[in-house]
Ligand binder design. Sequence first.
Ligand code: GLA
Length: 394
Amino acid sequence: MKLNADSMAERFTGLFDDPAEPLVVRSPGRVNLIGEHTDYNEGFVLPAAIDKAAWVAVTRRTDNRILLFAEDYHARYDTALTTLTPTDIHWPNYILGVADQLQKSGITIGGFTLLLAGDIPIGAGLSSSAAVECATLFALNELFELHLSKAEMAHIAQKAEHDFAGVKCGVMDMFTSLFGKKDQVINLDCRSLFYEYLPLDLKGYKLLLLDTNLNHRLSSSAYNTRRQQCEQGVAWVRENLPAVAALRDITGDMLEKFVKDRDPLIYQRCRYVVEENHRLLQACRDLRNGDIRSLGKKMFETHEGLSKQYEVSCPELDFLVEAVKGNEDVVGARMMGGGFGGCTINIVKEEAIEKLVDSLRPAYEIATGLPLTDYVVSVENGTELMKKREPVHA
Ligand code: GLA
């Protein structure tokens, strides 16, 4: 199915017995240049929205039912606003979680009918779930005239993910989906939500994603464990320095003093985060100076940290990063997102991409037994209303 406002509206009308024209919203997936596993530690990230998105077409209902259809699965789901609970089928959870969170915040909404479609590969670490949550929330905000700000929406969507998907994620994915801007990366402070856009001028280079095809969905328990380990490290420092609230406030020296001897593993996890925050601030300087080589070098360092210190990589991701190291057409590469699968992000000279992928594909398949998928992504706008609600004519 083509993804545009008209095709979404047409498909919606064909599926549901509803005389109203739906409103249509698109909300993109994201990449992150650097700053991984820093968001839930109240640190910094450098993400951007991409040209792959979740789309929803939605109308209001007069009853309190929620009627859903997922184009990709050809599946319907029907429930009521009064009985929202997570389901074993994954896809409705991102929509129901948002409706649930609105109600928990004391916001009144009514029933709705929703068609979901999109082209973000699922399980590839491009935040397809955040995109669905943000598309749904933005649409419900319009439909029921809730007057929520985008920052409020980012927090509501994040809580939806915590409660209905069970991942104690940070705010990066939702914020990026909502706030993305064409050809700009977002330098976001995940504590205050202060942000600035930095132009992404890659000068003949492109962002190439290499998908391990290892679905990372099963990684949520490891993700939540990392989060707990960081919180434990902070608690130990705080026993001595009560002003400290998150790893964001902690230096390498504090970790040496208060964490290292208590638990070397927790020390190692925390150390990675402290170093990564530092790397990100330098990477922003590289970007401002147009020094892509220096930025790329930091991406390799981040991968090393994620693989050896934070231990959220896997042999497939390590293979793909190792395979491009030393290639003069690739300035930087690293695993991206939560880890244990998904994609690597690479900055590659445009004219070298085809040759690179052609040579990597057979090598990757032999080494891992998995196919390799590649996406060249562009940086695009965040959540947008693609078609307004039209009144029903008698
Ligand atoms: C996942 C989470 C994000 C972030 C990254 C790691 O994508 O959803 O909040 O923590 O992992 O940086």
